[in-house]
Design a protein around this ligand. Structure first.
Ligand code: SF4
Length: 380
């Protein structure tokens, strides 16, 4: 009896929501058909939309226009040089103080051993990101790149977030341009997209006041792109940010992409609260994660690729994301430490065969790519 009454009460509300969603998605579809750019207002309305399947359908159309039936992956290997960090952001479970249990910093020999392990395992890209170590000099990072380049001449070196690059300017007293140029000359090929978190100054002041702010993050990327270094971009969502702040983050990236064209892919990263100072916050839901993928695909009209990062989403949801606008499952990864410190229950790596199976099962053609999205092999 109670259930029946409850259902009756819910019906008009749900019907109203459906009507609003139908109208919104029709308007958005019209705009997309006329190749009109979506506005901040559109973004906010989409974030509020309850018709996840309708959203996914629109995002999938854009994905198909951009990359057809292809879904990409790459063979990569993660190296985290150190977890000792001066920043200690509230959302991070990876950073440590020097004397904490588990604190480490790799020697150059250890880095090379790790890199060799990755390359022998078939990696075509080394993804190197780390904490902001209080004492390691800039020369250490330059040597990491120089030695990896010397030992593995054909491997793609994707290293150092914009936050790390900014930190290098502080420890080296060099300009942004000089830091990036020095690393490029040592063999750096591109930059990952981390450290963007959410650009809102309100959020950054509360959660990560000790590292590069949003203007600086964008400035690092602008400079890297001007030197011919491509990069990715991320957003860490699902903590204290508002939906407006998420949309503003996407718009800031879209503006910079208009200017430089240097971003390759956007990667929405759901926040993992476990073992962080924000552990009371609940993990985002599957509904929210899929909506974020779809809205990102719709707003970021000048990004070619939206990545479903299986390490943070989990493999089942990353696979479903392929029907909500994502066209890339990232890579084999092999040794992920950062999200696992925050309680990720996914494996630390995945095989190429498994990635191919996941993509095929979702109805797409698996394509192995290099870091710059050159096609290496199509698995018809
Ligand atoms: S997110 Fe990066 S900068 Fe912040 S504490 Fe963790 S490792 Fe350090």
């Amino acid at each position: 009896m109670y259930q029946l009454k409850h259902k009756e009460r819910m019906k008009p509300r749900r019907e109203k929501q459906d009507k609003v969603s139908d109208r919104l998605l029709k308007d958005i579809q019209n705009k997309l058909d006329q190749r009109k750019r979506l506005t901040r207002q559109d973004g906010l309305a989409l974030m509020d939309c309850h018709d996840l399947i309708g959203l996914g359908r629109l995002a999938r159309r854009i994905k198909k226009q951009k990359t057809g039936q292809h879904v990409y992956f790459n063979s990569n290997f993660h190296i985290n040089l150190t977890n000792i960090c001066v920043s200690r952001c509230k959302f991070c479970a990876f950073g440590r103080d020097r004397d904490d249990a588990g604190a480490y910093a790799m020697t150059l020999d250890e880095v090379l051993q790790q890199a060799e392990y990755g390359v022998e395992g078939g990696a075509k890209e080394l993804h190197i990101v780390s904490a902001l170590h209080p004492d390691l000099p800039f020369d250490y990072y330059v040597e990491v790149i120089r030695l990896c380049r010397e030992r593995f001449p054909t491997i793609h070196l994707k290293a150092f977030t914009a936050v790390e690059i900014d930190y290098f300017t502080k420890i080296s007293q060099l300009s942004l341009h000089q830091v990036l140029q020095t690393l490029k000359e040592a063999g750096l090929d591109s930059l990952p997209g981390g450290g963007a978190e959410v650009f809102s100054p309100r959020v950054r002041d509360k959660l990560c006041p000790n590292k590069a702010n949003s203007e600086r993050w964008l400035e690092v990327m602008r400079t890297a792109h001007s030197l011919g270094l491509k990069s990715n971009a991320t957003m860490l969502y699902g903590h204290i940010e508002t939906l407006e702040e998420r949309v503003d983050h996407l718009l800031a990236l879209r503006n910079l992409q208009d200017e430089t064209g240097g971003f390759q892919s956007f990667i929405p990263l759901p926040f993992h609260p476990q073992n962080t100072q924000l552990s009371s916050i609940q993990r985002t839901t599957a509904f929210e994660d899929l909506k974020m993928i779809a809205v990102s695909r719709l707003i970021l009209d000048n990004f070619d690729h939206i990545k479903a990062y299986w390490i943070m989403q989990g493999i089942p949801l990353a696979q479903i994301s392929l029907n909500f606008g994502a066209d890339d499952l990232d890579g084999t990864v092999v040794k992920e430490k950062i999200t696992h410190a925050a309680g990720a229950r996914t494996n630390e790596g995945i095989t190429k065969e498994e990635l191919i199976r996941l993509i095929r099962e979702a109805g797409y053609t698996p394509v192995e790519r290099d870091t710059l999205y050159n096609i290496l092999q199509v698995f018809d």
